[in-house]
Design a protein around this ligand. Structure first.
Ligand code: ATP
Ligand code: MG
Length: 349
């Protein structure tokens, strides 16, 4: 029997509440589809930071290197600065395991109200470049406190980096509707963005001639996601543009409690990490009302990545059926608690 080794980091706040339902769903699917899962629970996050000064132990990355995937709830707490959370856990994992794709699907489920006036056909995937681009360490601050004070931040794009994220996005587009949108700003950012456009176009033309590529300015694309979301299916974007677009997209899907995210090493040489887009939500933690959908959907993405395609599809369908039947948590206008919603999904599995 196939056995998947999964490191589980429930983390902080509602992470502790939304992860157990996701594990229960995967366990149910394992029985039904004939695979096994070995969960390795990791008590990492803010509590560990308060007692040891580190979000995870020194050998955490080595421990996780033997996993097939990582499932994360949320890390972060009001008394801990955001950059401690980011640089103490999320970024080291992303870098060590070369998770150069951030995958963010959005769809409007039946039974969920979108803030958009015309959300019809909203069903898209954003492929965000996750390790280079605008989020670089190159630059500095000069003349601090003096006249002429200034800051410089360089964006770093490599041909190999653009090629590999384009390859992933174009392959996904080919398996979906054959349409790929590339986010650009080559009219204003005159060195890196024309390079991005060129490498994206060359890669698609050479390796995915059947994929129809559309290059759209980031400002126009942001408006389009609000006004005519169905024009797009798969979107490939740089680190910064992808970050912004995926939050717009998540909002159009109805609630941050729905949006999942995968930090992928597509070649599966290293474990990929799956998580909800939302954070630890200290304002609602401990009340049993958090929406577990985003984490369960993230678990479905994890199954897909591990090759359990049928189980992944069954899980996503169970989520859709549960919402369509009118079972929903408070963030999307329902009355179900975390456990009740999860129970309704489990019943459908
Ligand atoms: P962090 O710093 O960990 O990102 P945050 O408070 O900045 O935390 P979120 O945790 O994402 O950001 O919360 C933003 C808002 O969305 C909060 O009001 C929170 O209650 C709500 N929220 C987030 N996740 C969920 C969820 N799964 N179900 C219901 N509401 C949620
Ligand atoms: Mg936050």
């Amino acid at each position: 029997m196939r056995t998947h080794i999964i490191d589980v980091i429930p983390g902080d706040g509602i992470g502790q509440e939304v992860v157990p339902p996701a594990l229960a769903c995967v366990d149910a699917l394992a029985d039904r589809f004939g695979f096994a899962v070995e969960w390795r629970h990791r008590d990492w996050g803010s509590e560990l930071y308060r007692s040891t000064g580190a979000m995870m132990p020194a050998d955490a990355l080595d421990l996780m290197a033997t996993a097939d995937a990582i499932l994360l709830g949320a890390v972060g707490a009001p008394d801990i600065p955001d950059d401690v959370t980011l640089w103490g856990l999320l970024i080291p994992i992303r870098r060590r395991f070369e998770q150069y794709v951030n995958l963010r699907p959005t769809r409007l489920f039946d039974g969920v109200r979108s803030p958009l006036a015309h959300p019809e056909g909203l069903d898209l995937v954003i492929v965000r470049e996750n390790v280079e681009g605008e989020y670089s360490e190159v630059g500095g601050r000069f003349n601090r406190g003096l006249e002429g004070e200034l800051a410089v931040q360089e964006a770093v794009f490599t041909r190999a980096g653009i090629e590999r994220v384009t390859r992933f996005a174009a392959d996904l587009a080919r398996r979906r509707k054959g349409r790929l949108t590339s986010a650009t700003k080559s009219n204003g950012i005159i060195h890196t963005m024309p390079f991005w456009d060129q490498v994206v176009a060359e890669t698609v033309a050479a390796e995915f001639p059947e994929v129809q590529l559309r290059s759209v300015l980031i400002d126009a694309l942001a408006a389009e996601l609000v006004l005519k979301p169905a024009r797009n299916d798969v979107i490939v974007a740089s680190n910064l543009f992808g970050d912004i677009l995926s939050d717009i997209a998540a909002a159009t899907g109805g609630s941050i409690g729905i949006a999942p995210s995968g930090n992928l090493n597509p070649e599966r040489r290293h474990p990929s990490l799956f998580e909800p887009v939302h954070g630890s939500a200290p304002d609602i933690a401990g009340q049993g009302i958090a929406n577990p959908l985003a984490t369960i959907w993230a678990a479905a993405m994890m199954l897909e990545h591990l090759g359990e395609t049928e189980a992944a599809a069954a899980l996503e369908q169970a989520l859709a059926d549960t919402l369509a039947a009118g079972v929903a948590t408070g963030d999307i206008g329902g009355t179900a608690g975390t456990t009740e919603f999860a129970g309704a999904v489990l019943a459908r599995l």
